[in-house]
Design a binder for this molecule. Sequence first.
Ligand SMILES: [Fe+2]
Ligand SMILES: [Fe+2]
Length: 270
Amino acid sequence: MANKIILCIGDVIGINGRTSLKKHIDEIKAEFDIDFTIANGENSANGIGITRNTASELFDMGVDVLTTGNHVWHNKDVFALIGGEGRLLRPYNYPDNTIGLGYNIYNAFGCNIAVINLLGRVFMEALDCPFKKVLDAIKHIKNKTNIIIIDMHAEATAEKIAMGYHVDGQASLVFGTHTHVQTADEKILSGGTAYITDIGMCGGYDSIIGTKVENALSRFITHIPHRFEVSLSYPMINAIVVEIDEKSGRALSIKRINRAYKEDIIEPQK
Ligand SMILES: [Fe+2]
Ligand SMILES: [Fe+2]
């Protein structure tokens, strides 16, 4: 097999995202003949952060690597896990010596696949420069594999697009996360890097980026903070499927998955 087919799943939002993914991940993987699966897990624990339990739930259902973003440190539980779990990444551009890995190389069916996690800086925290750090990571990875996948967790579309062009020809894929809204701009850049500004989320279909409509809406109207609550509306799953030439690392195709499951009822859990 000369090609690898990668599934990248958008931010998994709390119980709703986890339950729907568990129910549908196998059928999606079978449908597209998936070799390797990445999901963004920064919202998997009650909508903000990640815990040992939510991470293992996602690994157990068949996610190979979990990326994160600005909410990675929200649950203290993560500190006991991230130092010894190579399948869980935090953005690479946190200060040097931050606990956990910002990139790693994985083996899938005899082939090495590198995943790099980055955090944008526009309207976000002032971390190290992701444009500098990504080249540093690629330098370390290049002699081990040509398949390099980047989760650029960022707010601003232009910053994400800029990252795509920055590594065009060096990375196989740059996908955006964090806005929880899937964009329709998937393409393959001239150097062979697949690109999409945001792959979306897994969570409530009727929601404001995964949270209960009433709470989030009321915050905008009243400017009074409301308790964040995960939407338990019927779910949707947003993801992309990218085919990559194993030898060259060039992307051959990129397609979006955007499915709603009206018949699924999510049972509220404490
Ligand atoms: Fe998120
Ligand atoms: Fe985020």
